[in-house]
Design a protein around this ligand. Structure first.
Ligand code: NDP
Length: 488
């Protein structure tokens, strides 16, 4: 595949040219793979104006749910048809192993089809119990023009956790993808348009978050901001949204606990420990990056995880059997390695890894495991976003709940036990939007994702995620003669 070049996608078409471009080199090979238009505030203004016009005067919000369902299903068909191309773009730009990129694009298709079905179910509530001459209609309407800002770790998948749900509700969107990985957003916008999504409903502007992301979140014509990214930028988004009092939804960072009790299926839990931290290069918001193991099984369990980790294949993400690909860029690689150094300095015990992969063209880190990590250590608290696991041992249920909840984040947590009492008790007491038992980083389009504490608020996916893109208008209707209030 030759180098792809993208101009902004505004009002149903790629613009003829851009003033300047951002080059994207593959983090695995160092080769130039794509060039994205480097947007300025004026580009974002044009995109928001297109979305505003499409929402206020265009056909999309006025269409029946059935029509939107049909178009979204055609969109899903086109994504399936372009499966290999989209997979390749994700591997080239992100550096993730191809088998995970295939899972991402298959996931996109499922999300679009599920969201398509919701377009037909958009409904409100009627109150007929307010008195014989009073009726209230709670009418569900699209929220309007939506700003969607996405990170680089799942460029297509996270975008599809948002866009089809917004479109199903009748909204128009302006997307600001990560400057590292904008390719799939452009491709998906073009495919949606080919499927029949009207001009101006799905716009994409690429470039720097500090310039165009900021201008999008401060824009007077945006009705809702849906942001996925770091907690630090999430705080910036909240500040920007205050300017025009705009509704926001924030999916932010995480430092999830993966808790293994002695009575678990330990073979499954060993695989779960590896999946928890090495899936998607460890660049995953819902990583189970803090492993808690019950003391009675800890020595043996941790040895098994560590031995298996050392055998994982790190390298060319296009190889079918690669387990861990490249870190997104050299700056991020340095951040990961600096946290590994901090782990050593603060006294955690390194079991395996701890280095970059030498003699390679890309940003590769060895799968790394630290044992005897305590809550006061930086690697226990800070999101590393790389293939680095910290292990902490525990004895009792109460102790591990306290350890797991000792975090500024609250996105997801995992528990492995065959005892339903243990699973239910711990699930209810863990402070996170998501808990999974005897599985890890699992999901389905029907199931909403949300965070608590520093992991944000608002829902993505599921009925709740769909409703984020809607609002309720209350119509209170009085029929027949009305008793005067000021009768005299
Ligand atoms: P960032 O927060 O750095 O960036 C996210 C997006 O925001 C990017 O498109 C970025 O643009 C943009 N941005 C940067 N500055 C601003 C600004 N001032 N105003 C508006 N937008 C801005 O996150 P990363 O891309 O580094 O992604 C990693 C983070 O995302 C991790 O913390 C991870 O946990 C979190 N995440 C959360 C998920 C969840 O569902 N909770 C899922 C996946 C990731 P650009 O990069 O182009 O400059």
């Amino acid at each position: 595949m030759s180098t792809r070049q993208y101009t902004h996608f505004i009002n149903g078409r790629f613009e003829r040219e851009a003033a300047s471009y951002v080059d994207r080199t593959s983090p695995a090979s160092g080769e130039l793979v794509a060039r994205f238009a480097s947007g300025q505030v004026a580009d974002m203004d044009r995109a928001v104006a297109a979305a505003r016009a499409a929402f206020d005067h265009g056909p999309w919000p006025q269409m029946s749910g059935m029509q939107r369902t049909e178009i979204l299903n055609k969109f899903a068909d086109l994504v399936e048809k372009n499966f290999d191309r989209l997979v390749r773009i994700e591997v080239e730009e992100v550096g993730k192993p191809i088998r995970f990129a295939k899972g991402d694009i298959a996931g996109c298709v499922g999300l679009i089809r599920y969201a398509a079905s919701l377009a037909m179910q958009m409904s409100g509530t009627t109150y007929t119990n307010l008195g014989s001459n009073k009726t209230a209609l709670l009418m569900r309407e699209p929220v309007g023009v939506v700003a969607l800002i996405t990170p680089w770790n799942f460029p297509a998948l996270i975008l599809m956790q948002k866009v089809p749900f917004a479109l199903a509700a009748g909204c128009a969107v302006v997307v600001k993808p990560s400057e590292f990985t904008s390719g799939s957003a452009f491709e998906l916008a073009a495919l949606a348009t080919e499927a029949g999504v009207p001009d101006g409903v799905f716009n994409v502007v690429s470039g720097k978050g500090s310039v165009i992301g900021q201008s999008l979140t401060e824009h007077a014509d945006v009705d809702f901001i849906s942001f996925t990214g770091s907690t630090r930028i999430g705080q910036t988004v909240i500040e920007a949204s205050a300017k025009h009092i705009v509704k926001t939804s924030l999916e932010l960072g995480g430092k999830s606990a993966n808790i293994v009790f002695a009575d678990a299926d330990l073979d499954a839990a060993v695989d779960g420990a590896l999946m928890g931290v090495f899936f998607n290069n460890g660049e995953c918001c819902v990583s189970g990056s803090r492993l808690f193991v019950q003391s009675s099984i800890a020595d043996d369990f941790v040895r098994r995880v560590s031995e298996r980790a050392a055998l994982l294949k790190v390298g060319n993400p296009f190889d079918d059997d690669t387990d861990i690909g490249a870190m997104i860029d050299s700056k991020h690689l340095s951040k990961v390695m600096s946290l590994v150094d901090t782990g050593l300095t603060e006294g955690a015990k390194l079991l395996t890894g701890g280095n970059v992969v030498e003699n390679s063209a890309g940003n590769f880190v060895q799968p790394t495991i630290f044992d005897h990590v305590t809550p006061s250590m930086t690697i226990f608290q800070e999101e590393i976003f790389g293939p680095v696991l910290s292990v902490t041992r525990f004895d009792t249920l109460d102790e591990v709940i306290e350890l797991a909840n000792n975090s500024i984040y609250g996105l997801s947590n995992y528990v492995w036990s065959k005892n339903i009492d243990t699973v239910m008790t711990i699930s209810r007491r863990l402070k996170s939007g998501w808990v999974q038992a005897n599985t890890i980083i699992d999901g389905a389009p029907q199931l909403p994702l949300t965070g608590v504490k520093g992991s944000g608020f608002g829902y993505e996916m599921g009925q709740a995620g769909f409703e984020e893109f809607t609002q309720i208008k209350t119509l209170f209707l009085h029929t027949g003669p009305r008793e005067p209030v000021f009768a005299k």
